[in-house]
Design a protein around this ligand. Structure first.
Ligand SMILES: Cc1ncc(COP(=O)(O)O)c(C=O)c1O
Length: 427
């Protein structure tokens, strides 16, 4: 297709009329489609149904002969920590297993930092007049919601395709009020970003105004490959240690999108000092995590090879859905200049940029046609995308044929909104 902006006025109007009638035809089909849910499909959850019968009657002793039915074991059982240590890039004794949600562990880390400070803090973060956090954009709405809830100043930082704009990050962290930063280093939500080694190294070695600055390294999609290539990112804990900032990174991950999203295991890994700090706070909050679930995971997955095999099963189920989105977007929007989108090699999302100012219009058009999209702006702090252009598409949950229809609908809405904008600009 020719770049639509270069069309003659008559051709442009003809195309707009054609796309409008295609959109109306789509709308008349009375769809009920939902591309908002970044969660595993029932078929993906079925891959872990074997866990429902585990650990099984009478199987409750850990390798160290502890009774997993009882209280205690705050850090998590040793064999589960050892199994996931390579995913986190930390020795097993620097891994903590929480309950089912890594987001909860991130939330707690932030609240404890505010109330108590972290190792290296002169005072709790809440004593700062306006503690600030760097927020790579587009990013994960729930990360931003935690900061908003507790009154942080959120500073958006653009992503470059290889991680955040490091020249800007290095400048911003000179301000001692900047206490931390979100990073989703692999297959980021929603951009699919994979941080380069260079970015990781710069994050680890940059000079920060705050001596207690923390990188919240949320490796939520560490093993969630969509292609044969299992991308790696550099080990942030080792990089921080090597740069003389051993306590700089808090690392998080979970099995939410590996085993069972509502009944997985969440992890925190960091330096020995940070692990001690976390456990001291966690010990006030709970007498111990659900260790039977930890045994269940060990019995089911067995070893790291078992984990990779399970993730291959996920890939087989969801890669065709991402391919369907790509096919519809490319065939309708490719070369038009009306949109740009990611072709993720892992993770759960496609990030789509419409023409400026058209994000909300696309969501409204889609809604009218029975197609739910994540609200425009959700990928920005406080839900405010200054360009109103970024949209997050989540293809994992719906059935493949619904994803195909939804992707076609999205492409039509983007086309229609873009053409309308160009027509209005001419008027
Ligand atoms: C980047 C990121 N981190 C964390 C989570 C949630 O993790 P959990 O289920 O372990 O709380 C999600 C879920 O979508 C996510 O996209």
């Amino acid at each position: 297709m020719t770049l639509i902006a270069e069309m003659s006025s008559a051709d442009h109007q003809t195309l707009l009329a054609k796309i409008r009638s295609e959109y109306e035809a789509f709308r008349a089909q009375g769809h009920k489609l939902d591309m908002t849910r970044g969660k595993p499909s029932p078929e993906q959850l079925d891959l872990s149904n074997g866990m429902l019968a585990l650990p099984g009657n009478g199987d409750y002793l850990t390798e160290a002969n502890e009774d997993a039915r009882n209280y205690g074991g705050l850090q998590g059982i040793a064999e589960a920590r050892a199994l996931f240590a390579p995913v986190l890039g930390a020795p097993a004794d620097q891994v903590i297993i929480g309950d089912n949600s890594s987001l909860a562990m991130m939330h707690d880390s932030i609240v404890w930092a505010l109330l108590k400070g972290v190792p290296g803090s002169a005072a709790p973060w809440s004593k700062e007049s306006a503690p600030a956090f760097l927020c790579p954009v587009p990013g994960y709405d729930r990360h931003f919601a935690i900061l908003e809830e507790y009154g942080f100043r959120m500073i958006p930082v653009p992503l470059t395709g290889q991680g955040p704009d490091m020249d800007l990050v290095e400048k911003l962290v000179e301000d001692p009020a900047v206490k931390g930063m979100w990073c989703v280093p692999k297959y980021a939500n929603p951009s699919g970003e994979i941080y380069s080694d260079e970015v990781t190294k710069r994050l680890a070695s940059m000079k920060t105004g705050a001596p207690d600055f923390r990188i919240f390294w949320d490796n939520a999609y560490a093993l969630h490959h969509l292609t044969e290539k299992k991308h790696e990112v550099a080990n942030i804990l080792e990089a921080c240690e090597a740069a003389g900032h051993p306590d700089r990174a808090f690392v998080y991950a979970s099995t939410s999108k590996m085993t069972l999203a509502g009944a997985g295991l969440a992890f925190f890994a960091s330096s020995a000092a940070n692990v001690k700090w976390y456990l001291a706070r966690a010990g006030k909050r709970t007498i111990g995590p659900d260790k039977l679930n930890q045994i269940r995971h060990v019995r089911f997955l067995k070893d790291i090879a078992g984990l990779h095999k399970l993730m291959d099963g996920h890939r087989m189920l969801i890669a065709p859905k991402f391919a369907a989105v790509e096919m519809a977007l490319e065939s309708r929007l490719g070369g038009t200049g009306l949109a740009a989108w990611t072709k993720p090699e892992g993770g759960y999302f496609v990030s789509l940029d419409t023409l400026e100012g058209m994000g909300s219009r696309v969501v409204a058009l889609a809604k009218d046609a029975g197609l739910a999209l994540t609200p425009a702006g959700a990928t920005w702090p406080s839900g405010k995308d200054p360009k109103d252009s970024n949209l997050r598409l989540a293809p994992t949950f719906p059935k493949l044929n619904d994803v195909q229809v939804a992707a076609e609908g999205i492409a039509l809405c983007v086309l229609l909104a873009g053409l309308e904008k160009q027509e209005a600009a001419k008027a």
